[in-house]
Write a protein that binds this ligand. Structure first.
Ligand code: HEC
Length: 295
C-alpha cells in the first residue's frame, strides 16, 4: 500500500509543477501571439495608409494639373482633380475585392456627404483636435463582420485648401454648381477638419494566432503527459519495486522465516546500497540465530 502512495505524491507534485508551467507558458504565449497579430494588421493598415497618401500625391501632382486646363475650357468642375476624391474612389474599387477593408476621409463638415464622420470617427477626430501633436491613432473595434483594426491620421486645412474650403463665395463657381454651398466650407486654416481612416479586419490573423496557441498548448500537454508517464515508469522500476521487495523480505524475516533469498543488489545507487546493507544484516542475523539454536 505505502509505495503506491509514494507514486501518488510524486504525481501530484509533478502535475502541480507541469500545470503551473503550462499556465505561465500559455499566458505569455497568448499575449505574445495576439500582440503579433495586432502588429501584423497594424503594419498592413500603415501600408494602406501610405498607398492612400500616394494616390493623393499622384492626383495633386499629375492628374490635377492636367485636368485643370480641361476644366477651364469646358467651364465645369471635375472631382477627379480632388485628392480626397481620388483616394476614396480608388479604395472603393479595392473594397469590392476586399469588402472588410475600408478607407474613408471622415470629415466633420464634408463637401461630399458620403465623407461625413459617424459617431466613433468623430470621437477620433476630436482626439486629434485636442492633441494637435498626435500624428496617428489606432484602435480595435467590434463590427458586424468581426473584430477590426482602424488606423487614423489627421487631415488639417492648409492655405491651398482654403481656395475651395473657405467660405462658399471664395470657392470656384463650377464647384458650387455641383456641391452646393451648404457643406464643406468655412474650414479654418490649421484646423483639423477630419481624419483619414483605414479599417482592416482582424479575424484571419486572430484565428491564426488562436490556432498557433491551441497547437502549442496541445503539444506542451502531450510532452508533459509523456514525461509524466516515463518518470512514473522510472520511479516504479528504480525505487518502488526494489523497496517493495525489501519490505516484503523484512516482513518475512520478522516472522521468523530464514529461507528468504538474498535481495538482488547490483548497482551503486542508494537503493542498491540499502539492499546490500539489508543482505549483510540478514546474513548476520541468520548466523546469530543459527548459533543460538545450536547451543
Ligand atoms: C479645387 C478645390 C479644392 C481644393 C483646393 C481642395 N479641396 Fe478638398 N474637396 C474638394 C471637393 C469638391 C471635395 C468633394 C469631393 C468628392 O466629391 O468626394 C473635397 C473633399 C475633401 C475631403 C473629403 C471630405 C469632404 O469634404 O467631402 C477632404 C478631407 C478634403 N477635401 C480636404 C482637403 C484638403 C486638406 C485640401 C488642401 C490640401 C483640399 N481639400 C483642397 C475641393 C477641393
Amino acid at each position: 500500500m505505502r509505495p503506491m502512495r509514494l507514486l501518488v505524491k510524486f504525481n501530484l507534485i509533478l502535475i502541480l509543477v507541469f500545470g503551473a508551467g503550462m499556465a505561465a507558458a500559455g499566458y505569455f504565449a497568448r499575449s505574445f501571439l495576439q500582440q503579433t497579430a495586432h502588429d501584423q494588421v497594424l503594419q498592413q493598415a500603415r501600408l494602406m495608409m501610405s498607398s492612400a497618401g500616394a494616390m493623393r500625391t499622384y492626383t495633386t501632382k499629375q492628374v490635377g494639373p492636367l485636368l485643370e486646363q480641361h476644366q477651364a475650357q469646358v467651364n465645369t468642375f471635375l472631382a477627379q482633380t480632388v485628392p480626397a476624391y481620388a483616394a476614396t474612389e480608388a479604395f472603393n474599387y479595392l473594397h469590392s475585392d476586399y469588402p472588410d477593408y475600408a478607407y474613408k476621409e471622415a470629415t466633420l463638415n464634408p463637401t461630399n456627404l458620403r465623407d461625413r464622420a459617424v459617431d466613433w470617427e468623430a470621437d477620433v477626430i476630436q482626439i486629434f483636435r485636442t492633441h494637435p501633436d498626435q500624428k496617428e491613432f489606432s484602435g480595435e473595434r467590434d463590427t458586424p463582420a468581426g473584430r477590426s483594426l482602424f488606423l487614423a491620421k489627421p487631415i488639417t486645412a492648409a492655405a491651398p485648401c482654403l481656395e475651395c474650403h473657405d467660405t462658399w463665395r471664395r470657392a470656384p463657381a463650377a464647384m458650387i454648381r455641383i456641391y452646393g454651398k451648404d457643406n464643406g466650407f468655412d474650414w479654418k486654416m490649421g484646423d483639423t477638419v477630419g481624419a483619414q481612416m483605414i479599417s482592416v479586419p482582424m479575424a484571419v490573423p486572430l484565428a491564426i494566432a488562436d490556432r498557433a496557441f491551441r497547437t502549442l498548448m496541445l503539444s506542451l500537454g502531450g510532452v508533459a503527459l509523456v514525461t509524466l508517464l516515463l518518470l512514473d515508469l522510472a520511479i516504479v522500476m528504480i525505487v518502488i519495486r526494489p523497496v517493495t521487495r525489501l519490505s516484503k523480505a523484512a516482513d518475512q524475516i520478522s516472522k521468523g522465516d530464514l529461507n528468504v533469498p538474498e535481495l538482488p543488489a547490483q548497482g551503486s545507487d542508494e537503493i542498491s546500497q540499502l539492499a546490500q546493507s539489508f543482505n549483510r544484516m540478514y546474513l548476520s542475523l541468520a548466523k546469530a540465530i543459527r548459533m543460538l539454536e545450536s547451543q
